[in-house]
Design a protein around this ligand. Sequence first.
Ligand code: G4P
Ligand code: NA
Ligand code: NA
Length: 194
Amino acid sequence: MKTLHQRILLDGQALSDQVLKVDAFLNHQVDPMLTMDIGREFANVFQSEPITKVLTIEASGIHFALATAAALQVPFLYAKKKKAVTLTEELYTAEVFSFTRQETFQVSVSKRYLHAHDRVLIIDDFLATGDALLGLINIVQQAGAHLVGVGAVIEKSFQDGRSKLEAAGARIHSLARIASMSPNHIEFLETSDS
Ligand code: G4P
Ligand code: NA
Ligand code: NA
């Protein structure tokens, strides 16, 4: 997605070869026009398959899930993060290890809003280690729902998230794929659809 690539080059900042700061437009201050364009792009990419629900995880996935769900005209659902392990019968839960925080947390979704007949598109801001997204895939599987695919706004292709999600059988589409970066350079993967 050309406008996204340009924006990352203009306003993104590689803090190291691992961490990309995008809080000027993506996950702190948010550009609503770019966000809506991103939602329409995801809707286009996955439109060949019926989708009944968009699923994300709080917090930084929420506005992209909203934009995508609005374009598809379906509801979106965001998984909640909790530290405490509360086993309740009304929730689907999955354990996620956070590489950035070096701790395990729990993601949960109410059984009330995810069902076996749902066809789910998962959306998130970053595809990095893929652990948070694997937690969401796990929840979709617990519900017996169909996973249509996973859309990530930015993929750090030098991390192993994509291969983990592919191993789980997911169709993945990332709008910007970063091959490598350093504080003064960001290199995108050249792909036909980016
Ligand atoms: P993921 O690949 O499934 O997203 O899982 P991972 O455990 O790798 O990512 C952990 C958190 O770090 C996620 O946010 C993810 O969006 C964020 N993240 C990963 N790499 C980068 C990066 O280079 N830059 C920035 N800005 N964020 C990154 P989270 O913990 O779910 O928190 P939230 O911000 O969504 O609340
Ligand atoms: Na996130
Ligand atoms: Na984040």
